[in-house]
Design a protein around this ligand. Structure first.
Ligand code: HMG
Length: 470
């Protein structure tokens, strides 16, 4: 792969709820040292009830675009790697592309290659750019890992998203080399009608190590200089120690080149496809110097490994603070207990909600159409018809609404009313549990959430809400 193609912006997102694994160990009658030392994990990141792979992908992608300073309309391809798609049929990339304001002519697609999907997205964007099919690409990974209660994989669960803007020419981090290795391996799989995966756990560890080492051997055979950091897929920290040993790193190298990545997995758990991308981002934001290389080897069950050698071309310090950092999300955490975690899985009812009026504090934001008949929110790029009212033969009128990325709070109240009813009145959901935490005049920041889900398997309405600006 050409040296001049690579990363020009990056972004992370980690949901803020955290379950300490010491609490889970107690509830499951397990020695906490098994989780903390045996697996090398500390906390499980859990999404809020209004978050999923789409909303997390949006947040990470927005951060990556802000860092790149690329106009969303210039993005020619958006690819999302995820194995926690909210729809079996409907692409995540297509939903976030419209929310971000990318052109309808941008190519969109999802990868569901288990945890290798994020790296596949990067390689696909790079190939599009190299062939001249796109000027800029957006490669995203977003996942929520789930196992059944009491499953051996339960303590490894986690959530997170990461994104890279890929471009050509004056890139921050070039893609120097790329290797793929795949076999038909039955270590971990999930049929579309099942909520949880089936796992041969110990076998999956061997499958991971075999694919990682085969990928590493091929990378080494292409004679790239020895990397300064190693980013592995991290279902839990211990897997990286096992992988480091298999590829022959000594203790000093493991300490310096691998272990810094444990800060990520210890605070989040397994982020599936986003795991390795956020490890790379951790190195970019905290460790690397110009000229240094990261060897990133993903593993996705089923199974495939993709290895990329990233080379740092510029000093990245100036870009780090152009958007919230990964460290910001790792620190921004609200502890929850096992009771909350178990209830949340069974779908917590989150009512009453807070709605408020805002005034814009920025000129850029998210555009939507609202149906004045039923309140349904629509992408401004879709056909100018409300699907529900059109199907029922009812009259409708669409009104364009602009939701700024930054806003000031003008008023707020708790309500049991339907979200679309409130939005038709010009109100918007404010993401706070208690009205005592809100003040008129306070600065708010837009966050895309699941505004409403129609029925158990129904349509998911993604749209804007506001949270406190930090
Ligand atoms: P388990 O069988 O319950 O755990 O679950 P274990 O008995 O193997 O113990 C785990 C480690 O803790 C061992 O360390 C124990 O010795 C140690 P190791 O021998 O491996 O170095 N231990 C203790 N240490 C200190 N004090 C103690 C103590 N007790 C035990 N008291 C298993 C482990 C991996 C099977 C389970 O977590 C699982 O099924 N996880 C899901 C599958 C998985 O994560 N596989 C990893 C590779 S595949 C992959 O990464 C892909 C994936 O992300 C999916 C995708 O691609 O989409 C999963």
């Amino acid at each position: 792969m050409s040296k001049i193609i690579g990363i020009i912006g990056w972004g992370s997102y980690i949901p803020s709820l955290r379950l300490p694994l010491t609490d889970l160990a107690k509830a499951r009658n397990v020695d906490p040292k098994k989780y903390l030392k045996g697996l090398i994990l500390e906390k499980m990141a859990l999404p809020q009830p209004y978050e999923d792979a789409v909303t997390m992908a949006f947040e990470a992608a927005k951060n990556a675009l802000d860092r790149s300073k690329v106009n969303p309309e210039d993005i020619g391809i958006v690819v999302v790697g995820t194995e926690s798609k909210p729809y079996s049929v409907k692409s995540v990339a297509g939903i976030i592309k419209d929310l971000l304001g990318c052109s309808p002519y941008a190519y969109v697609g999802d990868y569901d290659a288990a945890c290798a999907g994020g790296i596949q997205a990067i390689v696909t964007c790079a190939a599009f750019i190299k062939s001249g099919l796109a000027k800029f690409g957006l490669a995203v990974a977003s996942d929520i890992s789930e196992y059944e209660f009491y499953h051996p994989g339960e303590p490894t669960q986690g959530a997170g998203a990461a994104a890279f803007v890929i471009g050509k020419g004056n890139v921050d981090v070039s893609i120097e080399n790329f290797v793929a290795y795949s076999t038909d391996t039955n270590d971990f799989f999930r049929r579309s009608e099942e909520r949880y995966p089936f796992v041969y756990g110990h076998f999956s560890e061997e499958a991971y190590l075999e694919h990682v080492i085969k990928t590493h051997e091929k990378i080494v055979s292409t004679r790239s200089p020895k990397p300064d950091y190693y980013a592995f897929h991290l279902p839990f920290g211990k897997m990286a120690l096992k992988a480091s040993k298999r590829i022959g790193l000594d203790d000093e190298e493991v300490e310096r080149k691998v272990k810094p990545s444990f800060e990520v997995v210890k605070a989040t758990g397994n982020q599936y496809a986003a795991s390795i991308l956020n490890v790379v981002i951790h190195f970019l934001e905290n460790m690397v110097n110009v000229g240094e290389r990261i060897e990133a080897i993903s593993y996705g069950s089923g199974a495939q490994s993709i290895g990329i050698i990233f080379k740092v071309e510029h000093d990245l310090k100036k870009k780090v603070n152009l958007a919230p950092t990964l460290n910001h999300y790792l620190r921004k955490s609200k502890l929850v207990d096992v009771k909350y975690y178990e209830q949340r899985r069974r779908n917590l009812k989150e009512k009453p909600l807070i709605f408020g009026k805002i005034e814009p504090n920025s000129t850029n934001g998210v555009k939507r159409f609202i149906c004045e008949n039923c309140g349904m929110l629509l992408s401004p790029y879709t056909i100018k018809k409300c699907p529900r009212c059109y199907e029922k033969g009812e009259n409708f009128r669409l009104r364009e609404i602009f939701y700024p990325f930054k806003a000031k709070l003008l008023s707020f109240e708790e309500t049991e009313k339907d979200v679309f009813e409130e939005m038709l009145k010009g109100k918007i959901r404010i993401l706070e549990e208690e009205t005592e935490n809100l003040k008129v005049g306070m600065d708010l920041k837009l966050k895309v959430i699941k505004l409403k889900v129609e029925g158990k398997n129904g349509l998911i309405h993604y749209g804007p809400a506001y949270e406190k600006q930090e």
